[in-house]
Design a protein around this ligand. Structure first.
Ligand SMILES: [Zn+2]
Length: 138
């Protein structure tokens, strides 16, 4: 089974928003500055609209679909969806432990993931979800 390579993917990360004024900072993960462009001491939070879009995407997936996930914690995952539940999915990876992604369509929406090879599962924030084409070699 062959998956898309990382070079095939436009790799947009979620935007980060200043909790004071809503100004947006485009960053690979939480910004490494604690000041927004307006000069606030910012507590960055993920862009809720993008999270909601990712929740829509996650809820549209079925076993066999290709998925790309990145966020805090584990290395980015490019894999096949193995199992889908109510508000979660499990994906196996070729070269790293299986992951579980879970989400809530709340206000704000949340998306988290964890590795499944640990005794104590620790969920961390997801910053980006995308689909990838799966090439099964046929
Ligand atoms: Zn601000």
């Amino acid at each position: 089974m062959i998956l898309a390579t990382r070079e095939d993917i436009d790799y947009p990360h979620i935007d980060w928003v200043c909790d004071r004024c809503g100004s947006v900072y485009v960053s690979d993960g939480p910004p490494d500055t604690d000041h927004c462009i307006e000069g606030h001491h910012a507590e960055w939070r993920p862009n809720d609209e993008q999270l909601a879009t990712y929740v829509d995407l996650l809820e549209s997936l079925a076993p066999g679909d290709g998925i790309l996930v990145s966020g805090a914690g584990p290395a980015p995952l490019m894999s096949i969806v193995e199992e889908v539940g109510d508000g979660w999915l499990r994906a196996e990876s070729i070269d790293s432990p299986a992951r579980k992604v879970r989400w809530e369509r709340g206000d704000p929406p949340t998306i988290e993931w964890t590795r499944l090879d640990r005794d104590h599962t620790h969920y961390q924030d997801v910053y980006h979800v995308d689909t990838v084409e799966v090439d099964d070699g046929r």
